[in-house]
Write a protein that binds this ligand. Structure first.
Ligand code: CTP
Length: 215
C-alpha cells in the first residue's frame, strides 16, 4: 500500500527572523512512517521542520508553512491509498509578513492573525484513499475527537491527550472509526503504538477496497 504521512509542526513567518509554531516534535509521524516501511508499504513523508533522522526508504518532502503542506498534500494525495495527517498544522498565520525585521519599541505590539486553510477539510468527499486525522486534545477528548472526525470528513481519527503525547517518546491513543466503533492503544513507546496504528489503517483500507470490488 502507498502511505502519505505528514509529520511535525508548521512555521508561519512573522518577519525574516521570527515565526509562529508549536511544540510538535514529529516523533509520532516519523514512527508511523518507519512502521509502515517495516510492514512493506511505500511511504511518502511530508515533514515540517524536526530534529529527527529521515526514515530509511521513505521519500521525504520538506515543508515549512501551512500553505506548503496544503499544496504538498494536494499534489501527492491522489496517488496514495492511505493519508495519515499527523502534522500539527498551525491554525492561524499573520495577516501579512513583514519584509523587514520588526524593531523593538516601548509600545504594545499587536499581531493580526487569520485562519490557515484546513488540509483535511479541503479534501474531496468522493475519493479512493483512506483519510486518517489526528486530534490533539486537552479536555473532552472523546467528544472533541468524534466531532472532528465528522467535521473534517475523516474515515478514522486518532485522539491523544496533547499534554502527554507532544515531545514525549510515549503515547496513548484512542482511535475512532466512521462507523461509530472505537479502539484504545494503552501507553507504550511511539514505535509500538505506530506499529499497531499501521496495522489498523492497512486493515481498514483493505476492507474498503474489498467492499468496492465486491459491489
Ligand atoms: N489539520 C489540517 N489543517 C489545518 C489544521 C489541522 O489538516 N490547518 C489537521 C491535523 O493534521 C490533524 C487534524 O486536522 O490531523 C486535527 O488537528 P487539531 O490541531 O487537533 O485540530 P484543529 O482543527 O486545529 O482544532 P482545535 O485546534 O480547535 O482543536
Amino acid at each position: 500500500m502507498r502511505f502519505l504521512i505528514t509529520a511535525g509542526p508548521t512555521r508561519e513567518p512573522i518577519d525574516p527572523v521570527r515565526y509562529l509554531s508549536n511544540r510538535s516534535s514529529g516523533k509520532m509521524g516519523y514512527a508511523i512512517a518507519e512502521a509502515a516501511i517495516e510492514a512493506g508499504h511505500e511511504v511518502v513523508l511530508i515533514s515540517g521542520p524536526v530534529d529527527i533522522n529521515r526514515p530509511r526508504g521513505a521519500a521525504v518532502i520538506p515543508i515549512s508553512t501551512s500553505d506548503e503542506i496544503f499544496a504538498a498534500v494536494h499534489e501527492h494525495v491522489p496517488s496514495c491509498d492511505v493519508l495519515v495527517m499527523c502534522a500539527a498544522v498551525a491554525d492561524y498565520k499573520p495577516v501579512a509578513v513583514f519584509t523587514k525585521k520588526i524593531k523593538k519599541r516601548d509600545a504594545k505590539l499587536l499581531l493580526e492573525l487569520i485562519p490557515t486553510r484546513d488540509v483535511l477539510a479541503s479534501l474531496p468527499k468522493a475519493r479512493k484513499y483512506l483519510v486518517v486525522g489526528f486530534a490533539a486534545e486537552t479536555d473532552n477528548i472523546q467528544t472533541n475527537a468524534q466531532k472532528k472526525l465528522l467535521k473534517k470528513n475523516c474515515d478514522v481519527i486518532v485522539a491523544n491527550d496533547a499534554r502527554f503525547g507532544m515531545e514525549s517518546d510515549e503515547n496513548e491513543v484512542e482511535i475512532f472509526f466512521r462507523g461509530g466503533e472505537n479502539k484504545k492503544i494503552t501507553r507504550a513507546s511511539k514505535k509500538i503504538v505506530a506499529r499497531e496504528l499501521v496495522k489498523i489503517f492497512a486493515n481498514v483500507c483493505e476492507k474498503r477496497l474489498t467492499k468496492k470490488i465486491g459491489r
